[in-house]
Write a protein that binds this ligand. Structure first.
Ligand SMILES: Cc1ncc(COP(=O)(O)O)c(C=O)c1O
Length: 281
């Protein structure tokens, strides 16, 4: 008889919840999104759905109706009743007994959670500490795939060092991005934001794209170039950008204080500009 053991109990394989046979668990064979709402309004839903659609197509899950995904997101969000919420959803290729090569007629699995999102008071003023860590990820980081082990390990090392985020550094010695966030540096002399050009080595962050758009309202140009950790540590301000927190100042980088050690004036201007967009649209 074909059997499965779940913790201490043995079952016939055919009787277990198909969630245990999800290819997402076996292979990370799926893609995901994280969105947030501000005051009852989901932020940048179209942009997130567009990126999700692209991620699906890039891993050849091509039978998903994105309009249905939108309906599911909106329906669950409305049912939650949260004004400020964090929503996570993923689609995996489906459930079946483990085999690298997927079966032909699999039904993709959809999973979504919504939680209340409470912003950490003072975080935007006091900022966060970060440390660098090797970028151990695969060569398609532009796909928001469920394979996040290198990101998880980086984050665990950061926590051990008393940091909130790990800034990943590739084999060429350049910063790619945060383990779960985009990264910007402010060059105050050139009045510009420096960020890595988009490519297969970073996620096309939605928050990054919003920051790039609002920068000119804050008197900042955009310079797309790669930075080493030493170059970043010399910059006047550093920024972490991610959907769940939008813009947060980085005040310590590998133990070195950045700027005055609190939120810099350019970062503050960006935070205010972002809030206008997120809270009043
Ligand atoms: C590796 C990585 N880079 C960047 C980001 C920021 O992306 P977004 O602004 O779309 O949340 C995330 C967010 O989860 C991430 O995991």
């Amino acid at each position: 008889m074909e059997l499965a053991m779940i913790n201490d109990d043995v079952f016939p394989i055919l009787k277990i919840d198909p969630a245990y046979l999800d290819r997402g668990i076996y292979f990370g064979d799926g893609v995901y999104e994280v969105l947030r709402s501000y005051d009852g309004q989901i932020f940048a839903l179209d942009e997130h759905l567009e990126r999700f659609d692209r991620s699906l197509r890039e891993i050849w899950i091509d039978n998903i109706d994105i309009k249905e995904v939108r309906r599911k997101v909106l329906e669950t969000y409305q049912k939650s009743g949260f004004g400020n919420a964090r929503m996570y959803f993923h689609i995996t290729r489906g459930s079946e007994p483990r085999n690298h090569l997927p079966g032909k007629n699999l039904n993709p699995n959809f999973f979504l959670t919504v939680n209340e999102l409470l912003d950490k008071p003072g975080e935007k003023e006091h900022g966060i500490k970060v440390c660098t860590y090797p970028d151990l990820r695969w060569k398609r980081c532009d796909i928001k795939s469920l394979n996040l082990l290198p990101n998880v390990m980086a984050k665990m090392v950061a926590e051990k060092k008393g940091c909130y985020e790990a800034i990943l550094v590739n084999d060429a010695g350049e910063i790619t991005e945060g383990s779960g966030s985009a990264f910007f540096a402010v060059d105050a002399k050139q009045k510009a934001l420096i960020t890595r050009p988009l490519g297969s080595d970073i996620l096309p962050s939605i928050t990054r794209s919003v920051v790039v758009k609002i920068a000119k309202n804050c008197g900042l140009g955009i310079i797309e170039k790669n930075l080493t950790p030493a170059q970043a540590a010399q910059c006047e301000e550093l920024i972490m950008a991610v959907t769940t927190k939008d813009i947060v100042p980085i005040v310590q980088f590998d133990g070195q204080t950045i700027g005055t050690g609190t939120c810099g004036k350019h970062t503050r201007a960006l935070i205010e500009e972002f809030a206008k967009l997120a809270r009043h649209r």
